[in-house]
Ligand binder design. Structure first.
Ligand SMILES: [Zn+2]
Length: 143
């Protein structure tokens, strides 16, 4: 067994010395300047997912989780900023900042209704004469 391993190592060394690579590395294709940033972004998202999973199964303490998450989010923000910078330098329209989305934190904002009560701020889809919340007249709001 040891002899076999030694042989394999010897062959590998000889191959290396002769300049034969064990794996022929593919030539780097002409990729978009965003490719490496996209890769980094994807890696960070994956790390965040893993982190969240480990936290859920109790592998991480709360402090560790928060600390690592913050680090990753900082990293992500840096990558996104770099993407925007790159786009700006290439004259491409900068897309709105993409907020890092984590599972289970889909905080959807309630859609504001078409009409809002000037007294209490309650919103309604219908144009009501009187506010359904506080009962005050709502006519003033509708333009
Ligand atoms: Zn009201």
């Amino acid at each position: 067994m040891i002899i076999a391993i030694t042989c394999v190592i010897a062959i590998a060394v000889i191959a290396f010395v002769l300049g034969v690579r064990p794996k022929d590395l593919p030539e780097p294709e002409p990729v978009s300047p965003f490719a490496h940033l996209d890769e980094r972004k994807a890696a960070i998202y994956e790390n965040l997912r893993d982190l969240q999973f480990e936290y859920r199964v109790g592998k991480l303490s709360d402090a560790d989780y928060q600390h690592t998450k913050q680090d990753l989010q900082k990293e992500l923000a840096a990558v996104l900023a770099e993407v925007d910078q790159l786009k700006a330098s290439l004259g491409q329209p900068v897309r709105p900042q993409e907020a890092p989305r984590l599972e289970g934190s889909k905080a959807e904002k309630p859609k504001p209704g078409g009409f809002t009560c000037p007294s209490c701020g309650a919103s309604f889809e219908k144009d009501l004469k009187f506010c359904g919340e506080c009962g005050k007249p709502m006519k003033a709001v509708t333009v």
